[in-house]
Design a protein around this ligand. Structure first.
Ligand code: NAP
Length: 555
């Protein structure tokens, strides 16, 4: 049982909790963490800012929001029964379908009784005298916990650029990552969409069909591949489900956490041009991004090899978009393909053949301000009734830096990370004991099938907490030297690839002033898993395990 004490703060009654484990965030990671902590016999509670669970899939309810990993892969793997029973209606699930799956899981495993909604964690402080965290909620409640699991997500801090005059705009505006729950009706409206990343590319075709007129404000064109989505066919679902455990295991040891894509052995430059073209065409027709990313072993490491695929996609864009000037505006030239998140679309490039859609280049004529009537660029004012911002997130570090997170008397995490995030394995931060990150910077999280990484991280953290409880250890802290070695390794691996070249959110390029540090680990999920397992097998090498205020596990 959770120890709870009620008190009144202002006009609110709030509950103070004493827990074994506080979990921040009620998305896919936080929910799985409750399940595992309960399994250890520990008391755990999730604190979630939203009015429902689901995290990313709760907030990103814009038209066309859909996962770019296939549904049979993008789901929890911890329950074989769940895997077999759940029916995904489409090859790639929509946001409502994924949210309904998450709610089903939360009910099926009775997780909601340990979720406190509408509660944001504002601050968390660790006391070395007691080996406990004290968390403060935005409602004024205080939570005491031995361990803290930060399941705060990587794309959970939406960012509307600091445009002058936004407050004067007379129409409606919204951001993809905090879309109104009731939806937005753009019928008959002049709409502007700012941003052409994954979110923009998904919403543009749908909003174009509804709006009277759509202006797309593009700063940088992105590579997008066809999803080739469709209803889930039995000949896709049945063989997959027949081998589900084996496919899950294959995914765990793969590069991107998705099964069915063995590590490539051939160089794109060794393949004859005609054969290479046929291969790219086949992948284009099959749909999805992982096929491209894993088609040749030098795709992401050799600029010339990469260029063969980039040029194939550019030719596709030119063949789809009828107006050659517009086609050239849409052709990406500033980064190797795959070094920014590859977008998946349904009818994106075709949308620019519509009479009611106008592409505006805001690289050559940047947005100067939002006026009461619309958007003003260097050249002209565009009159709009509504603006949709698909301008991305303060990715990977934004949510953690927003919390005043510190050890009593020491510097806050936001300051410690001023020059960029530093972690040990993306799971722990030296100097912040008993706090664990799920899919943190320095892990392959965002470069993988996220749910697979979430499960691996939460399982690993669960084993470590069990290890500590069984040995009466009350403090777990990463060593600075181990962290330094890991950060150096993450950088070395990144620098051996083309990834750091791109101005992506992986390097924080979308946030003015954010230090340019390549944040994910791109050595592959299988390699990373082996490393984590090795650390555990060696008695949690790189961690200082100390203290003797033991936690008792029930059961
Ligand atoms: P994003 O990839 O960061 O794209 C943001 C867009 O806004 C970019 O086109 C950016 O241009 C533009 N932008 C930002 N500030 C601007 C400014 N001041 N003026 C003009 N344009 C500006 O964000 P996102 O599309 O929300 O996607 C983020 C990530 O979420 C994805 O990469 C993906 O990992 C995930 N996601 C996944 C799915 C899916 O599963 N299908 C869907 C949506 C999102 P620049 O490129 O020039 O900076």
């Amino acid at each position: 049982m959770t120890d709870t004490e009620a008190k009144t703060v202002g006009r609110l009654t709030v509950h103070d909790d004493t827990l074994d484990v506080a979990i921040v965030g009620g998305g896919l990671a936080g929910l799985y963490a409750i399940h595992r902590m309960r399994g250890l016999g520990l008391t755990a509670r999730v604190y979630e800012a939203g009015s429902g669970v689901g995290g990313t899939w709760f907030w990103n309810r814009y038209p066309g929001a859909r996962c770019d990993i296939e549904s049979l892969e993008y789901s929890y793997a911890f329950s074989e029964e769940l895997d077999q029973e759940w029916r995904w209606p489409e090859r790639y699930a929509t946001q409502p379908q994924i949210l309904s799956y998450i709610n089903h899981v939360a009910e099926r495993f009775d997780l909601l009784r340990d979720v406190q909604l509408n509660t944001r964690i504002a601050a968390a402080e660790f006391d070395r005298a007691t080996d406990r965290w004290t968390l403060r909620t935005d409602k004024g409640a205080v939570v005491s916990a031995r361990f803290c699991i930060m399941a705060t997500g990587n794309l959970s801090t939406p960012r509307v650029p600091d445009f002058k005059g936004l407050e004067t705009f007379k129409g409606n505006w919204c951001h993809s990552g905090m879309w109104p729950a009731e939806g937005v009706d753009f019928s008959g409206q002049r709409v502007g969409i700012i941003g052409t990343g994954s979110s923009g590319i998904q919403m543009i075709p749908l909003i174009a069909r509804q709006a009277k007129h759509l202006h797309v404000f593009q700063r940088t064109p992105n590579f997008s591949l066809p999803a080739q989505n469709g209803p889930m066919e039995p000949d896709r679902e049945d063989p997959h489900k027949a081998r589900y455990p084996a496919r899950r295991q294959e995914a765990r040891m793969s590069g991107f956490g998705v099964s069915g894509y063995p590590s490539p052995t051939q160089s794109a430059l060794d393949a004859p041009a005609e054969e290479r073209r046929r291969r790219y065409e086949e992948l284009w027709q099959r749909g999805g991004s992982i096929g491209f990313l894993t088609c040749y072993n030098d795709f992401l490491v050799d600029a010339k090899a990469n260029e063969t695929a980039a040029e194939f996609v550019r030719e596709k864009i030119r063949s789809i978009v009828r107006d050659p000037t517009v086609a050239e505006m849409l052709v990406p030239i500033d980064h190797p393909i795959g070094t920014k998140r590859l977008c998946l679309d349904t009818g994106y490039y075709e949308t620019y053949n519509r009479d009611n859609v106008l592409l505006v280049d805001v690289r050559s004529a940047p947005i100067q301000e939002i006026t009461e009537r619309g958007v003003r660029t260097a050249g002209r004012e565009y009159e709009l009734d509504a603006i949709a911002f698909a301008t991305g997130f303060d990715a990977m570090t934004g949510a953690l830096r927003e919390i005043d997170l510190r050890v009593k008397g020491e510097a806050a995490l936001a300051d410690v990370w001023e020059a960029g995030p530093r972690t040990y394995l993306g799971l722990s931060v030296a100097g912040f004991p008993n706090m664990f990150l799920v899919t943190g910077p320095g892990s392959p999280g965002v470069k993988s099938q996220m749910i697979l990484s979430i499960e691996q991280h939460v399982d690993w953290i669960t084993d470590l907490i069990a290890y500590a409880c069984d040995r009466s250890i009350s403090r777990i802290e990463a060593e600075h030297e181990a962290q330094d070695r890991w950060v150096a390794h993450v950088n070395e691996v990144a620098d051996s690839t083309l990834y750091p070249v791109a101005n992506s959110w992986y390097v924080g390029a979308n946030i003015p002033g954010k230090p340019r540090v390549f944040m994910p680990y791109v050595g592959g999920v299988g390699v990373y898993r082996r490393k984590c397992d090795e650390v555990a097998a060696n008695g949690y090498q790189g961690f200082i395990l100390s203290g003797s205020r033991s936690l008792k596990r029930a059961g």
